[in-house]
Design a protein around this ligand. Structure first.
Ligand code: SAM
Length: 268
């Protein structure tokens, strides 16, 4: 038994039915390769192994790594590392197939893990992850709802997110202060053809001024007023009214008027 460390986001799943249900949602086949983020004491890992798929577990806590080695021996590959520095492209090459990803992830690095997944999306077919309920709602939110924002648009740009089910805080030890939910992200082979640096800048810049119109948000980003007047788009709208499709249309129309100042507003 590993004594839970708060600093590593260690809330161990202790509900067998939930663990089984998560793994069932992956629909793994014998030849599949599955990467588990933060296996901890192996609550999900044993169910992954039972599917016959090849499991690769990435865990930062050396105490948990030692325990996993003792429990599972050579039935899984264990990478003792911070998951954020793992190159999924290398793993895909090594195993010769695109990867499935699963994890009851540490919440303190949720955004980093999501962006790490988006970055590696070409090597991943799908990711089934436990996140804070609030994050699950934001990832899957529709335009015009209170949960809809930057994370919704980014996630829906890179993936097809699906809210699977809620998980009560009572299912963990220690009990976290937040409720959880499991989401599945399916990564399409291609993302929409667009200048994605400009896309990210426009989404972040306009939502940063959420209560403002698109016109004001875009002015703040550094677009010239006279150029914005030429853009054939209703810039009196507010960002939360725009679907992913609408953002793509807007960004395509803004492309001719983009300058370095706009693109350098955010560092990433
Ligand atoms: N999967 C286990 C379960 O369901 O009981 C553990 C889940 S616990 C919420 C998160 C796990 O992620 C812990 O085992 C923790 O040590 C690990 N972890 C934390 N930060 C990590 C990182 N940067 N890279 C890899 N694993 C990490």
């Amino acid at each position: 038994m590993v004594a839970p460390k708060k600093s590593l986001g260690q809330n161990f799943l202790r509900d067998e039915n939930i663990a089984r249900k998560i793994v069932e949602h992956l629909g793994l086949q014998r030849d599949d390769i599955v990467v588990e983020i933060g296996p901890g004491q192996g609550a999900l890992t044993k169910h992954l192994i039972a599917t016959g798929a090849e499991a690769i577990a990435v865990e930062i806590d050396e105490r948990a790594v030692a325990m996993l080695k003792e429990t599972f021996g050579s039935t899984i590959a264990i990478i003792s590392s911070d998951v954020l520095v793992v190159d999924l492209g290398e793993l895909r090459e090594k195993y010769g197939r695109p990867l499935h990803v699963v994890g009851n992830i540490p919440y303190y690095i949720t955004s980093d893990i999501l962006f790490w997944l988006f970055e590696h999306r070409r090597n991943v077919t799908d990711a089934t992850i436990m996140v804070q309920l609030e994050v699950a709602r934001r990832l899957t939110a529709s335009p015009g709802t209170k949960d809809y924002g930057i994370l919704s648009v980014f996630c829906q740009f890179y993936a097809k997110p699906k809210f699977l089910f809620r998980v009560s805080s009572n299912c963990f030890y220690p009990k976290p202060s937040v409720e959880s939910a499991v989401v599945r992200l399916d990564f399409p082979r291609e993302i929409p053809p667009i200048d994605d640096r400009l896309f990210r800048t426009v989404v972040r810049g306009t939502f940063g001024k959420r209560r403002k119109t698109l016109f004001n948000g875009l002015r703040f980003l550094g677009f010239e007023e006279q150029d914005l007047k030429k853009v054939e788009y209703d810039l009196a709208k507010r960002p939360e009214e725009l679907s992913l499709h609408d953002f793509l249309a807007l960004v395509r129309r803004l492309e001719p008027y983009t300058n370095e100042k706009v693109l350098s507003t955010f560092s990433t």
